[in-house]
Design a protein around this ligand. Structure first.
Ligand code: PLP
Length: 466
């Protein structure tokens, strides 16, 4: 394999499963339009696609509100809180002897309604998009029965232009039609939960193909909701392949492709403009003088990549996005730093791909994401599993918030970057050294609220040695 010339020394550290801080040499710092132009060229999606995705989520809000009463308060919009965590900030500073300039916030996708993880953004969006396609094809949206709804977010569009209601798709007549169709996905966990829960709620025949290492409680929860769980002896890759094959045999089946789906990506990207509004409500207006740093746990790359795509639309080069991956499964860092994208996997450099962070246990990155992140991503770090459990306990102690281990990788992104010399050079290069005292940091908490009590206990008692 031919690596990009500046792949070393990061490549050597990755191969040795050592914690690595990588700054992306291709990240573009320019006016917003230039940055986005470079990304559009790579992925064929634009800002307009993100806005269309947001509009679709608004259209479907009355349906979500009917199916999931926990979204009543937000009028059927699935969104999470942004919470400042000063006690966790102090705790990290003390424990790791470092000074984090500015304020630290937690983006609580861990507590997103319906699916309890970041996957509620992409997964649910993709199911809704597919549903709109079927509903139009089957004329489910031509009944003239106006209805309106409004919620906390105000201007919810509950009707199509011809006056038909999306909320009616929650009725038994619509479910009977959806029952003819199948939705399938291969997943070890959270994606399967988000796709499975949403698809089953609408009436689809939902199937989640799971590998041997998937947790029992996730299988139980899905079966409880009427989802068919198909179990495989082999690993995640095999479960996906089998699932895809079975889906292709059924003309009325739709397969969600975690690696290449643009719909998943766009669903995630709506988080960018939404976060901007949330920050504004707190009186925060990131710009070049007031930089915003965001730390995102990364698996195949879709969720953190889509969110970064949206954040760059919202903030241009005022936002600096960093991914965090396990030392044994750094597929996106590997793909980007080597220049090989999804053409290389972590096993190719002798890593196992195995990690306690089950949401991040991916050996091969999405090529789409690696390409799109080239001009957008500031950098990436890798983390040893033991830190995840430590950060999980620190957050619970200091702020009384529980996150699953995968989500805690974002804290290590923050810690390791502020300990690194690479970050000092980065600040100097971009003229941020003086401005950093006014920085806002956002640790993206990607999952945890659905984890059952006994599993939480098991996690809390897990201590890994160096
Ligand atoms: C899926 C997931 C991620 C990462 O998303 P990718 O799209 O796989 O990169 C991060 N954290 C949790 C908890 C997840 O479930």
């Amino acid at each position: 394999m031919i690596y990009k010339e500046n792949f070393m020394p990061a490549g050597e550290r990755l191969r040795d499963a050592k914690e690595t801080v990588w700054i992306n040499p291709e990240c573009v710092f320019a006016e917003r339009e230039k940055i986005l132009e470079a990304a559009y060229e790579q992925c064929g999606m634009t800002e307009e696609d993100t806005w269309k995705a947001e509009e679709r989520l608004q259209r479907f809000a009355p349906l979500i509100r009917k199916l999931f009463p926990e979204t009543e308060e937000t009028g059927g919009i699935i969104e999470s809180a942004l919470e400042e965590i000063p006690d966790m900030k102090s705790c990290l500073e003390k424990t790791y002897s470092l000074e984090i300039p500015g304020r630290v916030f937690l983006k609580k996708d861990s507590h997103l309604p319906v699916a309890g993880s970041v996957k509620a953004r992409g997964g649910i969006y993709e199911v809704l998009k597919h549903t709109e396609d079927i509903a139009r094809e089957r004329a489910l949206l031509t009944v003239s029965k106006p209805s309106t709804a409004s919620g906390a977010s105000g201007n919810i569009i509950s009707q199509t232009s011809s006056g038909n209601s999306f909320g009616d798709l929650a009725e038994p007549e619509a479910a009977a039609v959806f029952r003819e169709y199948a939705v399938q996905v291969g997943s070890t966990g959270n994606l399967g939960m988000s796709i499975g829960i949403m698809s089953a709620a609408l009436g689809y025949r939902a199937a989640v193909h799971m590998s041997a290492d998937a947790r029992q409680w996730k299988k139980d929860l899905l079966r409880d909701r009427g989802v068919t769980v198909v179990e495989y002896e082999g690993d995640y890759g095999q479960a996906v392949e089998q699932g895809r094959r079975l889906s292709e045999e059924d003309p009325k089946s739709y397969f969600v492709d975690d690696e290449n789906s643009k719909d998943l990506f766009l669903g995630y990207s709506t988080a960018g403009p939404r976060l901007k509004r949330q920050l504004e409500e707190k009186g925060l207006f990131p710009d070049r003088e007031h930089p915003l740093f965001v730390y995102l746990p990364c698996g195949v790359g879709g969720a953190p990549g889509g969110i970064t795509f949206g954040l760059k639309q919202a903030f241009g080069d005022a936002v600096h996005c960093f991914f965090a991956e396990p030392v044994q499964a750094p597929c996106v860092l590997l793909g980007m730093a080597s220049g090989l994208g999804g053409d290389i996997c972590v096993q190719d450099i002798g890593l196992t791909g195995k990690t306690h962070a089950d949401g991040l246990a991916v050996g091969r990155a999405s090529s789409l994401v690696c390409r799109t992140m080239r001009p957008l991503l500031s950098g990436a770090v890798t983390v040893e599993d033991r830190h995840l459990y430590d950060h999980m306990r620190e957050l619970l102690d200091s702020e009384k918030i529980f996150l699953e281990p995968s989500a805690c990788a974002a804290f290590y992104g923050l810690v390791s970057l502020w300990q690194s010399s690479g970050m000092k050079d980065y600040l100097k290069e971009h003229g941020l050294t003086e401005r950093i005292k006014d920085a806002v940091h956002i640790v993206w908490a990607t999952g945890g609220s659905l984890v059952p009590e006994e599993i939480r206990k098991e996690y809390m008692e897990t201590f890994l040695k160096e």
